[in-house]
Ligand binder design. Structure first.
Ligand SMILES: [Cu+2]
Length: 489
């Protein structure tokens, strides 16, 4: 990543009357990073805390502040403290009076000893009513609390401004926060690195805690960007004649599906391993099909849909298919979240789990928050800590409280398909599917250019896909195959 910092000089000072900005160049684009001391002040709440507002600059200020606070309190474990603060913020997002991403349900509270009257009186007078801070231990097990859940929707049903804001904010997380003497801190990379060490990966995969762990992980990202993570319903692409032709792999959405991601909203991203983001869609694995999802939803309780399983196909195993299908960083456990599509794919996995839990309550009369299977590795034990998320325990990942922080707009259905211009109704199967992209002719020599810039991509342990889509074409890149897990150019 090319990072140039230019301290604004006297000329700039005279013209703008401001020394508050630093200009940072990330991947060829210039950004002005606000400085914390003065112009970040505007993003402080009345309680003195930094907050993410409608202004994208607030996202940068927020992370700068969180990181510096973490450094102040624990210089050697600043990243851990930083991530735990993000988690605490995520868990307390419904403590406020509501959110523009949710519709708080009106709950009639019983008034005891005139408490409500006193509260209302204070409200009228404009007095602040102190709220108790949320701690992990306050996570409730069985009850859905009144909430202001943030709404996640299928990526193709978002408005353009919603999508642009989401990707802009991810790009802000990729901006380095400079810290003299300690190198720079890149919030997105710190978040993607949570999904890397052996102990964290063990706690997150291969057992019942897979579902809760990734639910928490999504909440952490949402807390970092201040907007909901959309979901990528890959069934909509699976149903196409040729899924690699989906509109998603254009600059309007995820950028190119083959080779280095050098255009679109994630153009020029350099991962925490200091290499380009790469993809090789359709080379193996499989997207999720409608029948796979139906099969999952046919089960009655959690046991058959979580690892380890012999007689059934778990949600965790099916979720490996799109990881392998996209290839590149997304196909390896250690690097997968370096690819932002990771979070949209996992948002879809979480949506399926959400639907599963709705069925459990309605049809089976089973409480999903207590139906934690007793199997899998020790790190997945019901009462084990959810590593590395502080004192959060695995069973709390199944809590209704966590679920109540999110709600899902249902995946688009025929005939309207969410009125998305990127989707169409296939009347033959009565399901929506993605429209194919317009054919773009690649200028000759483009692949050679990519080849020169690529360097070495070291990928880790590959995800396992239970199925292989017969339409997958194998490696179609003109440079060294990603399938070898190492790209030497
Ligand atoms: Cu994972």
């Amino acid at each position: 990543m090319q990072i140039k910092q230019t301290t604004t000089g006297l000329v700039f000072f005279c013209i703008t009357g401001s020394l508050l900005l630093t200009i940072v160049t990330v991947n060829g684009e210039q950004y002005s990073n606000p400085r914390p001391t003065r112009n970040c002040q505007q993003y402080r709440s009345r309680r003195g805390e930094y907050e993410i507002t409608g202004n994208d600059d607030s996202v940068y200020c927020y992370h700068q502040h969180l990181y510096q606070s973490a450094l102040g309190s624990s210089p050697n474990n600043a990243s851990i403290v930083y991530v735990q603060t993000l988690l605490e913020k995520a868990l307390s997002r419904c403590d406020g009076s509501g959110s523009k991403y949710g519709h708080p349900r009106q709950v009639k509270k019983k008034c005891r000893k005139g408490r409500c009257r006193r509260k209302n009186k204070n409200k009228k007078r404009g007095k602040k009513v102190a709220r108790k801070p949320t701690s992990y231990n306050k996570i409730k097990y069985g009850r859905i609390t009144p909430n202001c859940a943030w709404e996640r929707k299928e990526v193709r049903t978002m408005s353009r401004s919603e999508w642009n804001r989401f990707t802009r904010r991810l790009n802000i997380l990729k901006r380095p926060i400079r810290n003299p003497g300690r190198g720079s801190f890149i919030p997105y990379d710190v978040i993607s690195d949570i999904h890397r060490s052996d102990s964290n990966l063990d706690a997150a995969h291969g057992g019942p805690s897979f579902l809760g762990w990734h639910r928490v992980y999504l909440l952490i990202l949402e807390s970092a960007i201040g907007v909901p993570v959309p979901y990528w319903d890959s069934r909509l692409d699976y149903d196409m004649a040729e899924p690699t032709d989906s509109m998603l792999w254009t600059d309007e959405f995820f950028g190119p599906g083959f080779g280095i991601v050098d255009s679109g909203p994630f153009a020029g991203w350099i991962t925490a391993d200091n290499v380009s983001l790469v993809r090789n869609i359709g080379s193996g694995g499989s997207l999720m099909s409608a029948s796979m999802v139906e099969e999952i939803l046919r089960y009655r309780n959690h046991d058959p849909i979580v690892e380890p399983t012999r007689r059934s196909i778990s949600l965790e195993r099916i979720h490996g298919g799109p990881h392998v299908w996209v290839d590149g960083q997304l196909s390896s456990l250690q690097t997968a979240p370096q690819e932002p599509v990771f979070f949209l794919h996992h948002s879809f996995v979480d949506y399926i789990w959400y639907l599963f839990r709705v069925n459990m309550r309605k049809n089976e009369n089973i409480n999903p928050s207590t139906d934690y299977p007793n199997k899998g590795p020790r790190s997945h034990g019901r009462n084990e800590n959810m590593i590395p998320f502080g004192d959060l325990r695995n069973i709390q990942g199944y809590s209704d409280f966590l679920e109540s922080l999110t709600r899902y707009r249902p995946s688009p259905t025929c005939p309207s398909c969410g009125r998305s211009k990127y989707l169409e109704c296939d009347r033959g199967i009565n399901r929506c599917k993605s429209k194919p992209k317009r054919k773009v002719v690649t200028p000759s020599g483009a692949s050679d250019q990519r080849r020169r810039r690529l360097g070495t991509v070291l990928l880790g342990t590959k995800f396992i896909s239970p199925q292989t889509d017969p339409r997958t074409s194998g490696n179609v890149l003109s440079f060294g195959p990603l399938l070898n897990r190492t790209l030497l150019v």
